[in-house]
Write a protein that binds this ligand. Structure first.
Ligand SMILES: [Fe+2]
Length: 138
């Protein structure tokens, strides 16, 4: 249980860092956040090379409903801890914490407010393979 608390705490800290970087990015439009060894993406898999397919969050958009899915196992030993959707300026639009004893899939949905547009980030945190990010536009 303490491992779970540590991962959640870490997720919050990393998400907070992303919020700060998001605010910084607002000044330098067009640049994606890169934090090698901290945040992994399909294009920067770092030490987890080959794991993007099961860790980088998949985003589907229908109207203004965003579905975030991580195609990952959900066992007590190895699972996705949390998803978030965050604006480029660091505003958290939604989040979901998963419990492997209850959640059989790492899937979450978010209704994006009408006043939000542009680049957004979906994040997914694995208890063994760290923090992953997928950029998308709405
Ligand atoms: Fe994993």
């Amino acid at each position: 249980m303490s491992n779970r608390r540590t991962f959640i705490k870490t997720t919050v800290l990393v998400a907070s860092g992303l919020a700060v970087s998001g605010a910084a990015l607002a000044k330098g439009k067009g640049k994606s956040p890169t934090f090698p060894g901290i945040i992994y993406t399909r294009n920067d898999q770092g030490i987890w090379e080959g794991k993007a397919g099961s860790h980088a969050p998949e985003v589907t958009i229908k109207d203004r409903k965003v579905t975030v899915y991580t195609n990952h196992t959900m066992t007590e030993e190895h699972y996705i801890v949390r998803h978030t959707v965050v604006t480029e300026k660091g505003k958290v639009l939604g989040s979901k914490t998963f419990y492997p004893d209850k959640d059989k899939k790492a899937i979450s949905e978010y209704k994006i407010p009408d006043n939000i547009s542009g680049r957004l980030y979906a994040t997914s945190f694995c208890n063994k393979h760290d923090f992953w990010l997928t950029e998308f536009e709405i």
